[in-house]
Design a protein around this ligand. Sequence first.
Ligand code: NAG
Ligand code: NAG
Ligand code: NAG
Ligand code: NAG
Length: 501
Amino acid sequence: MAPLTFFLLLISSLFLSSQANLHHHLQPSETQDESFTSILVSQQGLDFIKDLLISKAISSIIPLQLPATIEKSARIPFLGSVDMVISNVTIYKIDVMSSYVKPGNSGIVIVASGTTCNLTMNWHYSYNSWLLPIEISDGGSASIEVEGMEVGLTLGLENHEGTLILSLKDCGCYVKDIIIKLDGGASWLYQGMIDAFEEQITSAVENAITSKLKDGIVKLDSFLQSLPKEIPVDDIASLNVSFVENPLLSSSSIEFDINGLFTARKKVPVAKQYRQTWQPSVSCTGQSKMLGISLDEAVFNSASALYYDAEFMEWIVDEVPDQALLNTAGWRFIIPQLYKKYPNDDMNLNVSLSSPPVIRISEHSIGASVYADVVIDVIEADQVIPVACISLEISGSGSVKIVGNNLGGSVKLEDLSMSLKWSKVGNLRMYLIQPVMRTLVQTVVIPYANSHLGKGFPLPIIHGFTLQNAEIIFSSSKVTVCSDVAYSDSDHLNQLPIRSE
Ligand SMILES: *[C@@H]1O[C@H](CO)[C@@H](O)[C@H](O)[C@H]1NC(C)=O
Ligand SMILES: *[C@@H]1O[C@H](CO)[C@@H](O)[C@H](O)[C@H]1NC(C)=O
Ligand SMILES: *[C@@H]1O[C@H](CO)[C@@H](O)[C@H](O)[C@H]1NC(C)=O
Ligand SMILES: *[C@@H]1O[C@H](CO)[C@@H](O)[C@H](O)[C@H]1NC(C)=O
């Protein structure tokens, strides 16, 4: 039977090609899109997905009724011509003893070996003998055990305009051994005869499994193609999760490069260019995690630019912990001329960012520089009168954390410098204003920012999977989340690929 050679070929092509050209996907092409987020699925992650797919495949295959009704006639001495029919061959149990997944240059190879199947079937025979005038027939059921079945497939994975296309490059199923036990009727008499069916049942099983695998891959492919190209973050932004380049298959991992940048949900073209100095590659070194997701600092800066453009970064402060600061009386000693001009008037502070915050990631930390203008408004007879403007340069240091499948974070104030931009109430004594502004930043601006950052934004993870035991690693201009994943079956079952009718 040919399939054995098929497996040898499969495996040897795998090993021969794995060193060959790991970086073939990096060949420059004219329309090369840049990638700012990379997802590396390690061998542990591939094993996890493989086990999940195998168990999904099995539960969707069984019970599998083989289409074949097999008939055979045999000439038996004394009895003459005997017709035997077996029908309703049904696989009702499949056990995979061992399996592995191996990415390589020729594709992703998945092999399940030592697989056993349990089947049932109906058998029936009839014959006309010259000894007896009537037709004799008998029938019953039988159990079949298939042992040492090898199933293997090679999958191709390619990027086509931002979507992954999965193809089946090779597929095979090879049954080593089959045992048929008849029950009922005069089964002892026909046991020997039924063995003549072995070969046909074997190939019926092989064909049925192979064709189910092909169906499964088609479904998995359409599942991959139905993955969204954008993940909504909120009303304003979504994440562009279009694939860029073909997945990079190394001998023990697969890396997916995606665009990763924030884009506007309302399709306002953003002319921002994010330069990236080098291709991101994921390093979860020393970690035996299933998954690594590397985000370039450009991802954070694209968020910053987007929310800035959406004017999300301007707000009127009319409530502060020390409410006295929102009346000119509270500023009597800080800006005496303000109090003199507008005695006991309410005030508000109009805080707006003068440019998008700049985010920088280094080996040790993530930091943000924020440039803000604070306009001091006086409210007199429902008139808002801007009286002065102070420019702030806020340096914050951030920490990031995983909240569900989101990457959230928080900032704290590192450094604050300020200058007077303009004033309609004469020169201001900045050394008096400084503590007020510092308090404002500490008690209003930072908590406000943290209330938004806390929730974070979604990491590119397929529905149904959740991060577990995630760790965060900083490197120059990148944040990498190294994590295991768990899969919850609950309501995502139908989205998963290989459900068959
Ligand atoms: C075929 O076999 C399955 C499983 O043993 C059984 O449930 C089903 O009723 C059978 N169908 C026929 C037509 O015998
Ligand atoms: C399936 O077949 C195996 C042998 O291949 C046997 O040990 C096992 O008991 C069978 N299971 C069922 C549920 O019949
Ligand atoms: C998303 O990223 C892809 C790949 O980089 C790019 O071609 C596409 O224009 C981007 N979509 C938007 C809405 O920016
Ligand atoms: C807040 O200040 C900015 C300039 O810093 C100005 O453009 C905007 O109109 C002001 N908003 C309100 C509500 O006063």
